[in-house]
Design a protein around this ligand. Structure first.
Ligand SMILES: C[S@@+](CC[C@H](N)C(=O)[O-])C[C@H]1O[C@@H](n2cnc3c(N)ncnc32)[C@H](O)[C@@H]1O
Length: 400
């Protein structure tokens, strides 16, 4: 819910006729208004390195409702169609992707105006690791490999459920995958009032909003009648309004959405984490792993580049190597060392580990630069950027 009561502002009701010459975003804006979407002081615009996003057209005050999307404007899975096609037991994502593929692409559908403002298939194929060739995926940092494998497994399940209906309607796997990725990056969960079952939906206009790390960004919430977006602060004209897709690390954003957050004014995203499992776990003997497992501290180790601090789980795991059982158990229970502060020892241990890893990161960056065929591609730029963030995070920890 918004922090303050949302101020309702009058939204232009007259909607000029849609002309073929109009810019596609203008056409879609008219379509949205005609479908009851309220737009107050924002417009779609090209944003460098982010595709399209929403910019303010005037000063917007904290608490102003900038968007309201009524339920009737949302795109929902077509239950009748899904039943007919025996897809009513497929995953919610497969159901929405098939519904979108068949409905948005239908001849004379006004949804075409919405589809026209989506990023192209090529844009997805370049930016989403799931579409990269295996030789490029191999360059992903190890912590990205597992979520990518899970995503690919989900996709394969969905494709095997949907392949028959795609063939019947003349759609290729490439088209299904495109709609699957559209749904993956542009859907919301809609829970209708009065306890009816919820569903995955697409919300026109909110789906223009780019992501900002947690702690910034407009408040997006569900009311009984629809989704609303409320300004989190005062905005000047021509500022981008962002929403937070979740407190996701850059690894997660990369797999799920095909981008990573850069630093803001030199400060890394507060949500980012450099995962350390692949560095720390191999240094732990079987006994220590089993002890850590027993207390729920095996794995999930991370360094926060924004605070330059390691997480508590890392503190516990490294102390399991350095301390006696008594000292270690005291630390777990109290969050501090029994007598002498062992933080400098923990840090020394990690610096040795990081120094070794730093060399591998540098080698990866050199290798990445050596791969002629995709230097300058979106995949290359993202990978280079991510590995550089990892390098900088490790170095900042080692040097302070
Ligand atoms: C919901 S859409 C937002 C609208 C999208 N930018 C467009 O052009 O239609 C989500 C996609 O926008 C891009 N995106 C969102 N936030 C971003 C950010 N902070 N930096 C770079 N790309 C971003 C990613 O490609 C992501 O998959």
């Amino acid at each position: 819910m918004p922090a303050r009561a949302a101020k309702r502002k009058k939204v232009a009701q007259s909607t000029p006729a849609i002309s073929a010459d109009h810019d596609k975003h203008t056409n879609f804006t008219h379509w949205a208004i005609n479908h009851g979407v309220e737009i107050n002081g924002v417009k779609p615009a090209n944003i460098p390195d982010r595709g399209v996003g929403l910019l303010t057209t005037k000063s917007v005050k904290e608490g102003d409702r900038v968007l309201f999307i009524p339920e009737r404007a949302m795109f929902k899975p077509d239950t009748a169609l899904l039943r007919r096609e025996a897809l009513d037991h497929a995953s919610p994502q497969a159901q929405l992707a098939v519904s979108a593929m068949l409905k948005f692409g239908a001849k004379d559908s006004s949804l075409k105006l919405w589809q026209d403002v989506w990023p192209s298939r090529e844009t997805f194929e370049e930016s989403m690791p799931m579409c990269w060739p295996a030789s490029t995926q191999d360059f992903l940092p190890p912590p990205v490999q597992q979520p990518l494998a899970c995503q690919l497994a989900d996709y394969r399940n969905d494709w095997s459920a949907a392949s028959k209906v795609c063939a019947q309607h003349g759609f290729s796997e490439r088209e299904f995958k495109y709609h699957w990725m559209i749904v993956n990056s542009r859907s919301f969960h809609w829970k209708p009032p009065r306890g009816k079952g919820g569903s995955m939906v697409m919300c026109p206009f909110i789906d223009y909003m780019n992501h900002g790390p947690s702690g910034g960004g407009c408040n997006v919430s569900q009311s009984p009648k629809g989704y609303e977006v409320v300004a989190d602060r005062d905005y000047d004209p021509e500022e981008e309004v962002l929403a937070t897709y979740g407190a996701h690390s850059n690894d997660k954003l990369l797999v799920h959405y095909g981008f990573i957050c850069s630093s803001t004014n030199g400060t890394p995203s507060p949500d980012d984490q450099i995962r350390l499992d692949q560095l720390i776990i191999p240094t732990l003997g079987a006994d220590i792993r089993s002890q850590l497992q027993d207390v729920g501290y095996l794995g999930g180790y991370a360094l926060s580049p924004a605070t330059n601090a390691i997480c508590f789980k890392t503190e516990v795991a490294v102390r399991a190597k350095l301390l006696t059982s008594n000292e270690w158990e005291y630390f777990i229970s109290n969050g501090e060392d029994l007598s002498v502060d062992k933080s400098p020892e923990v840090k020394r241990f990690l610096i040795t580990l990081f120094a070794e890893h730093r060399k591998q990161v540098m080698e990866t960056l050199v290798k990445l630069n050596g791969v002629e065929e995709y230097r300058g591609s979106a995949a290359h730029t993202t990978l280079f950027f991510r590995w550089t963030q990892i390098l900088e995070g490790l170095e900042a920890f080692m040097n302070t």
